[in-house]
Design a protein around this ligand. Structure first.
Ligand code: PMP
Length: 356
């Protein structure tokens, strides 16, 4: 049996793989593949509409918040956000919490001024900042809710910072209940909790748009995508379809409330097992640990090599830590089943007994 702990693209529900495969051969008994139908056909329009309305429902969004499925991954949002929200002479507040926040900051600097209002650089990104001082004049505050490489996550969200909040939720989207309406812009690549690579979700409060004075290329202006119902040009049809199936699956599981309870349980089990092993080091501050990406190292490179080999033999995929931090990373996204967590617990215990 295979257990997939990959950080992204990552595990998806088996039902989604089955339904998506079927749709490639014969979509909704149309005799056509999902890959060969026009995006403006009613067949596909239904997919896009259902995907957008499932996001609205699962995130309990109000009428000011628009749902878009766009190209270019979360990386495109690093520049599309400031292009749409930040004037050249204005300041945007950013939190500096790791690799992904760093990339967002770099791109924002191309469009205006960036002020770092909270940083965990001094802890080598093993914590999240807890005190932010956001200038009241900032165009927005940007946070990365879950740092996929560092294994940190915001647990107390800075809802009351006084300025619009923008969040990169790529690696924890729809994994826990948040007050999503308090965010003015949320973006997330789909390839972790929401589907296949090739599409990203953007949720935007339409009231914050139209305030910059630069000329925005048509394809990068959120207002055009809103006007066209996320069909300004040909959307990544298959990736949108897989996202729709994954959203349907999430709704069937009981939505975000239900999946959060399971995610909490999975993270709790893994962290306590790791804490109990003396030669394992958990670098992240306890209160800032990610429930999606668990990072750890061992006190001896030989043990790490042996555990990696054992994981390989036991069908545990994607457990190696990111090359920039080393060690291990277990990604516990929505679709990772409890049985995969249990299999990992057993393996860890056996390994600890032999090597303790
Ligand atoms: N933000 C975060 C938090 C991520 O984890 C990633 C990808 N792992 C990205 C942004 C970049 O996403 P993409 O590759 O879809 O551009």
């Amino acid at each position: 049996m295979i257990h997939n702990f990959n950080a992204g693209p990552s595990v998806l529900p088996k039902e989604v793989f089955e339904q998506a495969s079927q749709a490639v051969l014969n979509f909704n008994n149309s005799g056509l593949s999902i890959l060969e139908i026009g995006h403006r056909t009613p067949l596909f329009e239904d997919v896009m509409n259902e995907a957008r309305s499932l996001v609205k429902e699962l995130m309990m969004l109000d009428d000011d918040h628009e749902v878009l499925f766009l190209h270019g991954g979360a990386t495109t949002q690093f520049m599309q956000v400031p292009m749409n929200l930040l004037n050249e002479n204005e300041v945007a507040a950013y939190t500096e919490t790791g690799t992904w926040a760093g990339k967002a900051i770099k791109e924002a600097k191309l469009f205006g001024h960036v002020e770092i209002v909270g940083s965990s650089k001094h802890t080598n990104y093993t914590s999240m900042p807890h005190e932010l001082s956001v200038p009241a004049t900032a165009a927005y505050l940007h946070i990365t809710t879950n740092e996929t490489i560092a294994g940190t996550q915001w647990h107390q969200l800075p809802y009351d910072c006084g300025v619009p909040i923008v969040a990169d939720m790529s690696s924890d989207i729809l994994s826990r209940v948040l007050d999503f309406n308090k965010f003015d812009l949320i973006y997330a690549g789909a390839q972790k909790n929401m589907g296949a690579a090739g599409v990203n979700l953007v949720v935007v409060n339409k009231n914050i748009l139209g305030k910059v004075n630069r000329t925005i290329p048509g394809i990068l202006d959120y207002r055009n995508h809103i006007k066209e119902g996320s069909m300004l040009n040909t959307p990544p049809v298959f990736a949108v379809y897989v996202a729709m199936l994954t959203l349907r699956w999430l709704k069937e599981q009981g939505g975000v409330v239900a999946i959060e309870a399971i995610n909490n349980q999975k993270a709790e089990l893994i962290y306590s097992a790791l804490e109990a092993i003396p030669f394992i080091n958990l670098p992240v501050a306890k209160e800032d640990r990610s429930k999606m990406n668990v990072v750890f190292t061992m006190d001896d490179p030989a043990k790490e090599a042996a555990f990696l080999q054992l994981c390989k033999e036991q069908g545990m995929y994607g457990v190696k830590g990111h090359r920039s931090v080393g060690g291990f990373r277990l990604s516990l996204y929505n679709a990772l089943k409890m049985e995969s967590v249990e299999a990992m617990l057993q393996l860890l215990q056996e390994f600890a007994e032999k090597n303790g």
